[in-house]
Design a protein around this ligand. Structure first.
Ligand SMILES: [Zn+2]
Length: 539
């Protein structure tokens, strides 16, 4: 008799649909409630009936929680951490089908009845009957469901290895869940005397380019950081434009140089990061008036492979110095032509220099009070708070204006890569060979998962310089945002992502390839874990 509840493709499909029906968009009530539902499911397993203290909910932030479930073999130290996130993005784009976004079977049937207006590849996939549609099917509740199936099987068959299932909230926004889980992973390591061998995420396969249907495993995860700037000019009246300098004018020089800047693109092992792009550029003046805008801000998105925060700040500063030089030159020419005196030269300074200047001028207590007043605005997110803190300091230090103040706005996902790790090479080799032999599935290795993942917060490699630059130039550091760099550095084990094939994450046509999700990938991951057990035994 099969003692497994989740041991067949049909059972996994049913479990997935149930887990998807627990709506859990980031920063909603559903996200708060979700982990206790997973807990309840896992409580149904005999193993957690016998070992209830190994199944736990822990606090993240804002009432959100993450869950850990440890299957511990009495003789094993080696531990694989199975990582997933349970939050999803929003569902407005489903329009009149929004109510069904969380009901995969119904949604798939309804879409099949209204093919008009859907892209051709979606129509093909619907007609093939091979895909299940719905919010979170692909990204990434299937990853969690697969891990639940694996842990059940490990407990019933008593695999001689430990599995630690970790599922977290907030991956889609700030990864508050994973950042809170990192110290907990260290705690559990101590408490149960675990040796972490592998951090295995189950994010779905993302296409490398439109129309790409290849199956990939990922031996790393791309990094992302947001160098940002506050532009502080000098106010004037529209009737006397040259008695001041506007922030948009200053900003235009930097934005023009940051966007698509090749010096911020990296190519590593044949893979290339997408170019930087502006995520937001705005005025800090709230309403229309004839006073010219003299304070504005910009956030730029930069992807990373080998670089850290310090290196990005250095490059950003160079770009900004060039931009300021060009800005000053153009401005002085206009002043000459119009026979007016310039109001000053735009300078470039890092947030840390501004902070130091402000502390010297006003003292630490006063500056802390200014920061606290900004943090009291709960309607502002970390990005807004970062800019507002910088702005509040500049308002009080106008002797530094006109200026571009350079800072980092959260989130920061450090890049991580384990392609050169021996265990990872064995795992990738196994999945490639087995995929082809058992499922005629060609498997390709990608060195950096291109969808951003929580793997960024483990296996951190840095001599300390990189994160110092991040801490000291992130205005909200230590209050509303922090990254447990020290703990991350202690979590030294290779990373790998093996998840199901899907398409169109974050779109209304999000869908999961069922054979990949319910048969191929669970079998490949199970086999890979067993291969690791055998290698361990031989050693
Ligand atoms: Zn995801």
């Amino acid at each position: 008799m099969n003692q497994l509840s989740w041991g067949t493709p049909e059972a996994l499909r049913k479990l997935l649909c149930e887990v998807v029906s627990w709506r859990s968009m980031t920063l909603t009530e559903g996200e708060l409630n979700f982990p206790s539902k997973v807990e309840e499911k896992l409580q149904g397993l005999d193993y957690f009936q016998d070992n209830p203290t190994q199944l736990l909910l822990h606090d993240a932030d804002q009432g959100r929680r993450f869950l850990t479930a440890l299957y511990k073999h009495p003789a094993a130290k080696e531990t694989i951490v199975l990582i997933s996130h349970f939050d999803t993005v929003n569902t407005e784009e489903y329009g009149d089908l929004e109510a069904f976004a969380y009901q995969p079977e119904e949604l798939t049937n309804m879409l099949l009845e209204r093919l008009v207006g859907l892209p051709e590849d979606v129509v093909q996939d619907l007609k093939s009957g091979e895909y299940l549609f719905g919010r979170g099917t692909m990204d990434m509740k299937m990853g969690l469901v697969m891990h639940m199936g694996l842990i059940e099987k490990a407990t019933v068959e008593q695999w001689p290895i430990n599995l630690l299932l970790l599922t977290v909230p907030d991956e889609e926004v700030n990864s508050a869940g994973m950042r809170a889980a990192v110290p907990k992973l260290l705690e559990l390591k101590e408490k149960y005397d675990l040796t972490y061998k592998l951090f295995l995420n189950g994010e779905p396969v993302f296409s490398q380019e439109p129309g790409d249907e290849n199956y990939y495993v990922y031996s790393g995860s791309i990094g992302k950081i947001m160098p940002s700037a506050l532009f502080y000019g000098k106010e004037t009246h529209v009737g006397e434009p040259l008695s001041g300098i506007t922030a948009p004018y200053i900003a235009s020089f930097l934005t023009q140089r940051m966007e698509w800047n090749l010096s911020l693109q990296e190519t590593v092992m044949g893979e290339t990061t997408p170019l930087p792009v502006t995520l937001q550029q705005k005025d800090l003046k709230l309403e229309y008036s004839v006073q010219t805008p003299y304070r504005s801000s910009a956030l730029y998105n930069v992807f990373l492979m080998e670089r850290n925060a310090e290196e990005i700040m250095d490059i950003f500063e160079k770009v900004a110095v060039n931009a300021a030089r060009a800005c000053n030159k153009a401005y002085i020419e206009v002043c000459k032509e119009q026979s007016v005196d310039p109001v000053g030269e735009v300078r470039v300074l890092r947030y840390e220099a501004l902070l130091k200047h402000a502390i010297n001028k006003f003292g630490t207590d006063f500056i802390e009070a200014i920061k606290a007043a900004i943090h009291a605005n709960s309607e502002w997110d970390d990005r807004e708070k970062s800019i507002r803190i910088t702005d509040a300091l500049m308002i009080r230090c106008q002797e530094l204006a006109p200026a571009m103040v350079l800072l980092f706005a959260p989130p920061y996902y450090p890049a991580v890569n384990s392609s050169n790790d021996e265990i990872i090479s064995q795992c990738v080799k196994y999945v490639k060979e087995r995929g082809l032999a058992k499922f005629e599935l060609p498997v390709q290795q990608v060195h950096y998962f291109n969808g951003i993942s929580d793997l960024s917060y483990v296996n951190y490699q840095d001599d300390g310089e990189g994160w110092t630059a991040f801490k000291s130039n992130t205005p909200v550091w230590g209050t509303s945002y922090s990254i447990p760099f020290d703990a991350m550095k202690e979590l030294q084990a290779p990373v790998l992502n093996v998840g199901p094939l899907g398409k169109d994450a974050h779109k209304r046509t999000e869908r999961l390839h069922m054979k990949s999700a319910f048969e191929e990938v669970p079998a490949l991951v199970e086999g890979m874990i067993k291969m690791m057990i055998n290698v361990e035994r031989k050693n």
